[in-house]
Design a protein around this ligand. Structure first.
Ligand code: UTP
Length: 298
């Protein structure tokens, strides 16, 4: 065992959410429902399931509704109690009961690296996980658990990766594994943001799961704005790797939903609706009929 156990997580949720406009003009996209559960609740559940005890959500000034979601609603809870609607009562209390949730503000969307930098005090000199709320890992598959195991052994940086193939790698941050590493845990020699397919050092792309050491905060302070004028988390991590901080990647081969993208968001809803305890069977039957009818255009 190498390092301290990870009990803290940061959920950056201060982006503009432009792909979900106009809806996200007034409601944070992290509250967009997957059937009836806000997307952020999935990532908070994943954190709690993996032993995280304290979680900081970084929000922009317009996203007060996210804090409201995790706050008690005594009037609603009383009304549900009076009605004897225990199922609904438990559903509204669930998110806040999972773990301790705190909030920090990122005044302007200056990038993911800048959002993570807001968590320095909260992380109090200890390693922590960063979980992007758009990126959902199916609860039947493990990623964070494996990343925490790798972190316990090696310390340093641990990155969640997927193999996207050469044709897609230019859309992602890509890792250069140490020569010869090609298993499901790779030592990382460097990171390359959006490489051309022909130049990519691998087909392994970073997704929204990181375990980071507290040294990332100094690295982010020294990181100038990069692509799009934003402080990129990837640039901060690169700096750590260049300083000799160990970095590993865990290649995830399970089910994942990128709900920050409209098409994948709709696919996630369909898949969760098919498995839903109350509506799943009926929805599945309807869906098969719908797709069968006139090629699904009926
Ligand atoms: P995205 O690049 O997906 O941006 O951010 P976005 O604002 O969420 O969505 P689009 O692209 O405008 O549609 C990745 C993650 O980083 C957070 C976002 O909230 C999201 O969880 N983020 C990004 C911040 O917290 N602050 C920033 O300045 C930028």
């Amino acid at each position: 065992m190498h390092s301290q156990s990870v009990r803290t997580a940061v959920v950056p949720a201060a982006g503009l959410g432009t792909r979900f406009l106009p809806f996200s003009k007034a409601v944070p996209k992290e509250l967009a429902p997957l059937v009836t559960t806000p997307t952020i609740e999935f990532v908070v559940t994943e954190a709690a399931d993996n032993g995280i005890e304290r979680l900081l959500v970084v929000v922009s000034p317009g996203k007060q509704a996210l804090a409201d979601y995790f706050a008690p609603r005594p009037d609603l809870e009383q009304a549900l109690t009076d009605k004897g609607d225990i199922e609904s009562l438990e559903s509204v209390r669930r998110a806040a009961a999972l773990l301790e949730v705190a909030f920090a503000e990122q005044g302007e969307p200056r990038g993911l690296g800048d959002a993570v930098a807001r968590a320095e005090r909260f992380c109090a000199g200890r390693p922590f996980a960063v979980l992007l709320p758009d990126d959902l890992i199916d609860e039947r598959d493990d990623l964070l658990a494996d990343m925490l195991t790798v972190h316990a052994e090696h310390g340093g940086v641990v990155l969640g990766l997927i193999d996207v193939g050469r044709e897609a790698i230019s859309a992602y941050g890509c890792v250069a594994p140490v020569a010869g590493d090609d298993g499901d845990v790779v030592a990382v020699a460097d990171l390359v943001e959006k490489p051309a397919a022909a130049d990519a050092p691998s087909t392994l792309a970073m997704i929204g799961r990181y375990v980071l050491p507290p040294e990332i905060f100094d690295a982010l302070r020294e990181t100038p704005p990069g692509s799009g004028g934003e402080i990129q988390l990837t640039d901060g991590i690169r700096r750590l790797v260049a300083q000799g901080v160990p970095a590993h990647g865990v290649v995830f081969r399970g089910r994942r939903y990128d709900t920050g993208n409209r098409l994948e968001y709709v696919k996630a809803i369909v898949q969760l609706a098919e498995r839903h305890p109350q509506i799943g069977e009926e929805f599945g039957a309807w869906l098969r009929g719908h797709v069968g009818a006139e090629g699904g255009r009926g």
